[in-house]
Design a protein around this ligand. Sequence first.
Ligand code: GLU
Length: 513
Amino acid sequence: MSNVRVRFAPSPTGALHIGGLRTALYNYLFAKSKGGQFILRIEDTDQARLVEGAEEYISQALEWLGIVPDESPKHGGPYGPYRQSDRVDIYQKYAKQLVSEDLAYYAFDTAEELQAMRDRLKAEKVANQQYNSVTRASMSNSLTLSKQEVTDLLEKGVPHVIRLKVPAKEDIRFEDLIRGWVKIHSSTMDDKVILKSGGFPTYHLANVVDDHLMKITHVIRGEEWLPSAPLHVLLYRFLNWEDSMPEFAHLPLILKPDGNGKLSKREADKQGFPIFPINWTNSNGTKNIGFKEHGYLPESITNFLALLGWNPGNDRELYSLDDLGSAFSLERIVKSGAKFDINKAQWFNQQYLRDKSPEELNNYLAADLESSGLKAGNDKIQKVTELLKDRIVFPQDLFSNGRYLFVSPEQYDPQVVQKKWDHETAAFLQEYRESINSSENWNAEIAHQLLSDQLEQAKWGFGKIMPGLRLALTGIGKGPDLMKIMEILGKDETIRRLNQAITRLANTTIKKA
Ligand code: GLU
């Protein structure tokens, strides 16, 4: 086991979306590629934004994809607890340590005083209306008040926060594994609150303290956290943990399909594709269909997400989760944003469905038949899945694309009728029906032989009769091998459907004649 330890640290403020899922996957794959550990840590310090059920949702979504944490609130582990709300005393201890070392300070400013400061700076045309190394001198905090005043205020329980004392003029730099050197001047940073008035930490303090105590070696997270990284670097320094500071890798964004901006839930809704791994119901009752319930297989999603921003360096596209775990490397993460392409996700699903065992495919179809109140023997189910499996994108397509193999057409596609059905077709099929009737045996080859004999006599090509024959048997204009369809339907049902079509479409025939 190597000492590589990475974490996925979501805040349970709603459903995990595809971007978060990719971050979790990349962390997991990196751990696997290094023989390290993958930790799930729940960052729930922003209690006002907590959403009930979100933590459980995150666990279930990861579980569905096979991303199993080595340590987590559920799995436990040597560095727990793994839920930040259970660690508040730890953060308070470090916040106080920073105050005692003059690296942070108490601030007692009220909301009105803070607003007045911003208004004043605005009026003075100061670009950054921040609480920082300059403005702190005119505010109500332990740097401006006397020791006694501070003690009194604290004893009285006057609401206060702890702010980090960001240095006035200093370059803060670190090397990001994806972006290279990042440099920021501390004068552009504000004195961030690290402990809130209720005693809860902010994200920054809790995140850094936990990454350190949990011995995280690499912080792999979305690009939106890049602006926070300098502050984190500063915290490592102030806490004297610089030597064991993790390496940072900020992942590029997932972009809308046209590459114009970040992929959003709104865009996904607009284009009709899912954005959440599994079903999610919002607090207002709105239901969102997940990739899972949409019919995507977990192996398609992990493969798709892995290649959405990571390039294996060759043409190979199909990777199981295990294969990805061996192949993955941070060096091959693409530096620019990755365009989300739902067609690619569907392509993966198609590939993985083809690989499913006949039993699994049969089970999908059998379940859908049952829920539609239809019955069919195993033999027939098996033949239908074999016929359709190369043409489906989702498991449920077996039933939706092959429904006519179980239920006689209730109507005939009017466009196909208009173009392909006429008196001649009806007469030809009537004769075909007779020859089927007199045949003793029945299978796809016989169906084909009888048809080609008759076509030869009529001096017709296959193309002239196939659309009409398909229409009569299935009600639509497209589908898989018609001879196999006739074999599956059986001789009697084939004859019955031909009769039915000839009778029902008789009006059309007459009208056109
Ligand atoms: N809690 C943060 C989030 O919701 C974690 C960011 C990080 O990985 O540092 O994404």
